[in-house]
Design a protein around this ligand. Sequence first.
Ligand SMILES: *Cc1c(COP(=O)(O)O)cnc(C)c1O
Length: 393
Amino acid sequence: MATRFEWIQKELKNLKNSGLYNNIRTLGSAQGAWLDVDGKQVLNFCSNNYLGLANHPRLVEKAKIALDEYGVGPGAVRTIAGTMILHRELERRVAAFKHSDAAISFQSGFVANLATIAALVGKEDAIFSDELNHASIIDGCRLSGARIIRYNHCDTLNLEQVIKENEGSYRKALIVTDGVFSMDGDIAPLDRLYEIANAYDILLMVDDAHGEGVLGKGGRGIVDHFNLHGKVDIEVGTFSKAFGVVGGVVSGNADVVEWLTQRGRPFLFSSAVTPPDVAACIAAIDLLEESTELVDTLWSNGAYFKKEMSALGFNIGNSQTPITPVMLGEAQLAQDFSKRLFERGIFATSIGYPTVPQGKARIRVMISAAHSKGDLDKGLEGFKAVGKELGVI
Ligand SMILES: *Cc1c(COP(=O)(O)O)cnc(C)c1O
């Protein structure tokens, strides 16, 4: 009998048959280099926990203190009664850490993008968007109602060309790009993007979710990496990756930040981040300001792993960061590869369409400062064995 859910069942079956179905694993432990996944101890190569902060004792301690002092919930949206001293402190600390004029925090990086883009541009405006931008940027662009003009990935010549082609056809415009492209690990040419934005008087926004705590001096992010302090209008970040917690942030121009307190819809209509989360984010900044050790370890781990994977004969793309994409092509091969790694106690998920283009399926290895050299060597051994079994190397 036909039901109104039949189309869903059919679509789900298609996903499964084409190797594109998300098999969701369940963790029975805290984040770290090793995880309990579905009851099995495995080496973790999938988390965005770049610095190992998700279960760091200093963050946990600060969260507990905040819990005792402020409770579990914010009780309101930021603009009514949900702004606590902690939220203000976090925003001040982020701005100081990044040497930016001001900062405003959100519930997540995803939400920060939705809030910001929709508040800055509208129907009569245009957005120049890198073709490989993150889903949350794409959704923010759609939500804004502005005309979306895509440019070729990291191609500033193409960007300038499409700006020229469209000059005069919009009221105002925004250039938006990921900072670090998480599926490939390459870095947006923010220095050139700034020159173009400046020359054509266009707003410039970078989403540095994977550069926060990774790029720049001691993890200060992509604006610091390119030494563009005060020049990039909007730098979006997340606290859910290197910072190990949850939440999003926009730092940059003070007028933009103030505007978002008035017109960033999730700031006005969705409750604030919880006190323990905010306190843990502040503790992460404390750690990063005290020492660059974790960031340095992340980079040396990434360099070691990438060098050894190349030597084994894997195609690891063109990553400029510790993110290591292991390019496999077909989604089914990537899924088989991941499954076999898991049998060997290595947790590294495959990524296929629509997260990456068709035919560009891969296993994305997320290196962390939490990995020891022994962990990395175990991972390399596993990749070597499965790579040979499946004829990839
Ligand atoms: C992960 C990610 C986000 C979302 O961040 P959350 O804080 O997890 O919502 C946004 N943009 C980019 C580029 C990301 O990689």
